[in-house]
Write a protein that binds this ligand. Structure first.
Ligand SMILES: [Zn+2]
Length: 405
């Protein structure tokens, strides 16, 4: 267990440490990157095991959800070392595909903000205190936003990072820095909004980046009216490129971002060869397992996916004490995201909201006991879900579309 606020360098150091660990009982293999982002960051891909059943484990879709990246890398290290239940991991049965950081650009932006305010060398006690203050401010921002939803002034949690600007990004990441500077000059985000950077460096939110998202119909260029994110984020626009919520780069046509297109291609190829047995995608806060697909063209797969997703999600949720279900497009059409899209096509696609301490990116680090419990209980839940997937894998891997051809 490592209590550490990751930045991009620390993330790379941690991976290098895992790859070289002499205590590994299962080898971790570095694969070719899934894709390179527009600003030329690799979307890293590692595997453990060489079996025919591929389970994809992903973190960092939202740039400011660092605990997802933290958890996926720690899980990778634990499986490699055969810790606890993972002593029984069968590399001849499974290949676990790790994509620890789907959105490196957003991660670099938000962690640059963190590092300016919490520099290297800050003691764990001080880190915990700042993160706890952030958590409290974030809660208050939600309360204030409920009372005054039209107040789009700077939020308390943003004020803690108000000194951070795109100029703080490294000159070594020139393209990213120029992209964010240009977005900032065009759209005038509130001070401190670098801490809210869920999107990639083009200002597109990878979860919102799906053709079914109703926001595609209300882009500012068509409507002339800015829309904003909810509650504590109600000063961040969502229908222009933005730190959060924008579904596409160009107002006049939809396009998947490279980070999503590469993932969807990978999943489709695995499914077509009947070797896909699941996708667990780890997000930041909530303590919830989202599993509900929404009805989308192929109703046969919908029923199958719905049933198996629920079974695996309940197994996972029981093991770590998380609620399952979560809202989906069925409940609230305005929240549909890329997770919904994948769940509608494929079985065992779960989205886990990790920490019960709300406030990305740093509130999950505001209490070291809660943090440790989050990491450990999710490792246990993962191991239990993996056992269930092993039992149910024949049905999960079945590709009804290709077998009916
Ligand atoms: Zn998220």
């Amino acid at each position: 267990m490592k209590y550490e606020l990751l930045d991009y360098q620390k993330y790379q150091d941690r991976i290098a440490e895992i790859l070289e660990d002499n205590n590994n009982v299962f080898q971790v293999i570095k694969q070719a990157p899934l894709v390179y982002t527009r600003c030329d960051f690799p979307v890293d891909h590692y595997t453990i095991g060489y079996g025919p059943k591929h389970l994809v484990v992903m973190g960092g879709t939202h740039g400011n959800e660092i605990i997802g990246v933290d958890f996926v890398t720690q899980l990778m290290g634990s499986i490699a070392k055969g810790e606890g239940e993972f002593a029984h991991f069968n590399p001849e049965e499974f290949t676990i595909d790790f994509i620890p950081l789907q959105n490196p650009e957003g991660f670099v932006i938000s962690t640059t903000a963190i590092k300016k305010v919490i520099p290297d060398g800050t003691s764990d006690e001080e880190v915990e205190k700042i993160c706890h203050d952030y958590w409290a401010n974030f809660r208050q921002d939600d309360i204030d936003a409920r009372a005054n939803p039209q107040d789009r002034g700077i939020k308390r949690h943003q004020a803690m990072f108000a000194s951070v600007t795109p100029d703080d990004l490294s000159d070594e990441d020139y393209e990213l820095k120029e992209s964010v500077k240009k977005l900032w000059e065009t759209y005038h985000y509130p001070a401190g909004a670098m801490i809210n950077w869920s999107a990639n460096g083009s200002g597109v939110d990878l979860n919102a980046n799906t053709p079914e998202n109703p926001k595609n119909e209300t882009m500012f260029a068509q409507s002339g009216v800015l829309t904003y994110a909810g509650s504590r984020y109600n000063n961040l626009p969502t229908n222009v490129p933005s730190p959060i919520g924008c579904p596409r780069k160009d107002a006049d046509h939809f396009e998947f971002e490279p980070e999503n297109l590469a993932l969807l291609t990978m999943l489709t190829n695995l499914h077509e060869s009947e070797s896909f047995v699941g996708l667990f995608t780890y997000h930041g806060t909530g303590g919830v397992v989202y599993h509900r697909p929404y009805k989308f063209v192929d109703s046969e797969n919908y029923e199958r996916n719905n049933e198996i997703n629920m079974e695996v999600a309940n197994c996972y949720g029981d093991a770590c004490g998380y609620a399952t279900g979560g809202r989906s497009y069925l409940d609230e059409p305005s929240i549909t995201g890329c997770g919904d899209l994948m769940r509608s096509y494929l079985p065992v696609v779960l989205l886990v909201e990790l920490s019960v301490m709300g406030g990305n990116p740093i509130a999950p680090y505001g209490d070291r006991n809660t943090y440790a419990k989050t990491i450990n209980s999710n490792k246990e839940a993962f191991a239990k879900a993996l056992s269930l997937i092993s039992v149910r894998s024949e049905e999960i891997a079945k590709n009804y579309i290709s077998s009916s051809r």
